[in-house]
Write a protein that binds this ligand. Structure first.
Ligand code: ZN
Length: 298
């Protein structure tokens, strides 16, 4: 069955299953007069890879397994990645540092992403920088806007002539922002949530869930709800610490982002990384104290 496709001038958006719910994603294609570009390559594009036959260039908004699913089908396309994420695209060694999980966890993750995401590194990936622009011919122009936090190199890709911003994994989902990997940063994500609102756009496309928003008031409501998840998590953490001091392992075992039974191979690592950043923030704010391995409310 063909996925729904939406057209915005030179841009087409192929929706993944359930509006690109993970492990799928939404595929953005930009048709310049001279150059055909894909933003990321999720499962949705692998399922209909005839679409990708004419693609000259893949610009990755960031590196994660679900955004590079069809790269092995496009060996002749150039692959560009922000300099903060390019090492992760080039090799499994780079990807391991990007995730930053424990070594035995990484073995399971590698197995899973090869099996479920056709994971294949791109040693030929080239770096781009914040503010870089690409002229695709026919007045079609793309600009990268660095919006880190989800990963170190996460960018919005803005098709300036269409007022369309692909904002990737600032996905405005009910889950909220994800900053559970080694190169993720809660502090950067907080700034990014302010900066993304300043993009000069009237159409916003996310990789997952929301897919396409064409109304600024709606975008701002969704963004506010998404951003609020961060402080809600801090409140939840303070609530748990009201019951008494706890170690990081005890907090991880309770389930913070995910229910305790969540069984993805990376769950415990992502929980620990996320909790640590919230705990550090709360310590800086004087709301939590650390005594040895235990955290307590101040
Ligand atoms: Zn991601």
């Amino acid at each position: 069955m063909d996925a729904p496709v939406l057209h915005f001038g030179a841009v087409s958006v192929w929706l993944g299953a359930q509006s690109g719910k993970y492990p799928d994603g939404n595929q953005v294609l930009v048709h310049g007069g001279d150059i055909q570009v894909a933003f990321d390559t999720p499962q949705a594009s692998r399922d209909r890879h005839a679409l990708l036959r004419d693609i000259d260039l893949v610009i990755l908004g960031h590196v994660h397994e679900d955004h590079m699913v069809a790269l092995d089908l496009m060996p002749d396309a150039a692959v560009l990645v922000h300099e903060g994420d390019v090492a992760a695209a080039r090799s499994w060694e780079g990807m391991k540092a990007h995730y930053g999980y424990a070594e035995d966890t990484l073995a399971g993750v590698h197995q899973m992403i090869v099996r479920d995401f056709h994971y294949a590194p791109r040693p030929d990936a080239l770096p781009y920088t914040d503010g870089q622009t690409w002229q695709l011919g026919g007045g079609v122009r793309v600009r990268a806007q660095h919006l880190p936090g989800h990963t170190a190199g996460h960018c919005a890709l803005v098709v300036e002539n269409e007022g369309l911003a692909f904002i990737g994994d600032i996905d405005l989902s009910g889950f909220g922002p994800y900053y559970g990997d080694a190169t993720s940063s809660l502090a950067d994500f907080r700034q990014t949530l302010k900066d993304v609102a300043q993009l000069d756009a009237r159409i916003w496309v996310t990789s997952h869930h929301k897919a396409v928003i064409t109304d600024r008031a709606q975008f701002e409501r969704d963004l506010a709800r998404f951003a609020a998840r961060i402080d809600q998590r801090s409140e939840l953490l303070l609530e748990r610490l009201s019951e008494g001091p706890m170690t990081l392992d005890q907090l991880v075992a309770q389930g913070f982002l995910y229910p305790p039974a969540h069984s993805a191979p990376w769950t415990a690592s992502a929980e620990a990384r996320t909790l640590t950043q919230h705990l550090d923030e709360l310590i800086d704010q004087g709301r939590v104290e650390r005594h040895g391995d235990a955290y307590a409310r101040s």
